[in-house]
Design a binder for this molecule. Structure first.
Ligand code: SAM
Length: 386
C-alpha cells in the first residue's frame, strides 16, 4: 500500500483553493476544459501555477523554495558531476558549430548552468536561459551570480540561434493531452469538469484529427488510458526553424513508442509529485504539486525530422555519462579523503544506477548542419529502437 500524502500547510491549502478559483474564472462560462489546459493552468497560470506562482504569501514548510526543493530531485540538483560531464558533449557541439553560445530551457535552480560554465571555464561563452517562472529566474540569478556577465535571460524564443541548446526535464513538464480508448475502439479525450463542484474527469469524443494521430501510434485497446505531448512535439519541430547550426540535447525520462504505448502500460505515465510523494491524481493540490508525463522519444525524433533536424544520438543517461568520460572526470577526486569522496560518489551512483536514473532517463541529440560523431553516443546508441 502506498504511503498517505502529506497534508499541505493551511496557507498552502488556501493558495490551492484560490488557484482553482482562478482557473474557473479564466475559463468561465465553461465548466470543463481539456486535461491539457488543466495541466497548463495548474503548472503555469500566472501567479497561481506550480512553476509560475511561487506561493509568495506562504512561509514555513510550504514556501516556493520548499516546493521546488522538496517535491522532486533532478540530476543537476543531485550532483555537479552531471553538468560537468554533460559539458564534454556541449563543448564538442560548440566546436563543431564554431559557436560560443548555449541556450538552456527551463533552467531550474541554475545548477546545471553553473556546473557547465565551471567545467567549460571560458569567459567568451555566452549562456542564454529561457525560463517561464519568475521565481526560478531569481533563483538562477542567485546561483549564477559569478557568471551574470555571461548570461542573458530571454523572454521568448530567439528568431535565430547557433550553438548548443539544452533542455533537462523540460519536455516532461509540458502539458499533455489525456486520452482513452473506449470499449468500441473509439478514442475519447479526457476533460476536467467542475460542473458538480470538485474537479473530476469527464471523457468526450476525441476530434477526428486526434483519433487519427493516436491510431497511427498504438492499437485501439479498450479502456487503455495514455497521454500525447503535442506541445512538446511542436516545440521540438520549431527548433528546426530557429536553430541554424548546432545541436540540441534533450534529457528526460521516457521510452521509444513501442514501450510507451505498451499494452501493459494501460494507465499511462501521468505522475504528480508532492513533497517527494509520487501519486497519480492531478486534480488535487492544484498549484501545489508538480504534474509530469514520460516522453515518447519516437514522437520527439519524428517531430525533429519534420522540422528539418537530424537525430544524431539516443541512449540511456548512464551510457551517455560513461561515454562522455564521467569516470575520467571523477579521477580528480582523492579517494583518501574518504568523507568527501563518499559524498561525491553516492549521488553519482544514483545517476548511473539502472534502478534509479541511469536507465529510465534518456539523452537525445538533435542537430542541424552538425558534422560530428557525438562522443556521448559512441557506445550503446539506441536510435534503432525509436
Ligand atoms: C522539472 S523542471 C526541471 C528544471 C531543471 N531543468 C532541472 O533539471 O532541474 C521543468 C522546467 O521546465 C520549464 N519549462 C516547461 N516548459 C517550458 C518551455 N516551453 N520553455 C521553457 N521552460 C519550460 C518549467 O518552467 C520548469 O522550470
Amino acid at each position: 500500500m502506498s504511503k498517505p500524502l502529506p497534508t499541505p500547510h493551511p496557507e498552502a491549502i488556501h493558495h490551492s483553493q484560490a488557484c482553482l478559483e482562478a482557473i474557473k474564472t479564466k475559463y468561465a462560462p465553461a465548466t470543463q476544459i481539456p486535461f491539457e489546459a488543466w495541466m497548463d493552468a495548474a503548472l503555469y497560470l500566472p501567479y497561481w501555477g506550480y512553476y509560475t506562482g511561487g506561493l509568495p504569501k506562504l512561509s514555513g514548510e510550504n514556501t516556493a523554495q520548499q516546493a521546488l526543493q522538496g517535491d522532486f530531485t533532478t540530476a543537476p540538483e543531485l550532483s555537479p558531476w552531471y553538468g560537468r560531464t554533460l559539458a564534454i558533449q556541449v563543448q564538442q557541439v560548440l566546436d563543431a558549430s564554431q559557436s560560443l553560445t548555449i541556450l538552456e530551457f527551463g533552467a531550474g535552480s541554475g545548477k546545471l548552468a553553473l556546473s557547465i560554465l565551471e567545467q567549460l571555464n571560458n569567459p567568451n561563452i555566452h549562456y542564454f536561459i529561457l525560463e517561464l517562472s519568475a521565481d526560478l529566474r531569481e533563483r538562477q540569478k542567485a546561483t549564477l551570480h559569478q557568471y551574470t556577465h555571461q548570461i542573458t535571460w530571454l523572454d521568448q524564443l530567439p528568431s535565430s540561434f547557433e550553438g548548443c541548446i539544452i533542455a533537462n526535464e523540460v519536455l516532461d513538464a509540458m502539458p499533455v493531452k489525456l486520452v482513452q480508448w473506449n470499449q468500441h475502439h473509439q478514442l475519447e479525450e479526457v476533460y476536467v469538469s467542475w460542473e458538480s463542484g470538485l474537479p473530476s474527469y469527464k471523457n468526450l469524443p476525441a476530434s477526428t484529427e486526434l483519433s487519427q494521430i493516436m491510431s497511427a501510434r498504438m492499437p485501439a485497446l479498450p479502456h487503455y488510458q495514455t497521454e500525447i505531448n503535442l506541445r512538446g512535439e511542436a516545440w521540438v519541430k520549431a527548433m528546426g526553424s530557429y536553430l541554424k547550426k548546432g545541436g540540441v540535447l534533450l534529457i528526460d525520462y521516457g521510452f521509444p513508442r513501442h514501450e510507451y504505448y505498451h499494452p501493459q502500460r494501460h494507465q499511462g505515465t501521468l505522475m504528480c509529485h508532492f513533497q517527494h510523494h509520487a501519486h497519480d491524481n492531478p486534480l488535487i493540490y492544484v498549484g501545489l504539486q508538480d504534474i509530469t508525463a514520460h516522453v515518447d522519444f519516437t514522437a520527439i525524433a519524428d517531430a525533429a525530422l519534420e522540422g528539418g533536424l537530424e537525430v544524431l544520438g539516443y541512449t540511456s543517461q548512464a551510457r551517455f555519462l560513461m561515454n562522455c568520460g564521467l569516470l575520467n572526470l571523477l579521477s580528480q577526486l582523492d579517494p583518501q579523503n574518504v568523507q568527501h569522496y563518499a559524498q561525491q560518489i553516492g549521488p553519482v551512483q544514483k545517476l548511473l544506477s539502472e534502478a534509479e536514473m541511469g536507465e529510465l532517463f534518456k539523452v537525445m541529440l538533435l542537430g542541424k548542419e552538425l558534422d560530428i560523431d557525438p562522443i556521448g553516443f559512441m557506445n550503446g546508441d539506441r536510435r534503432y529502437m525509436l
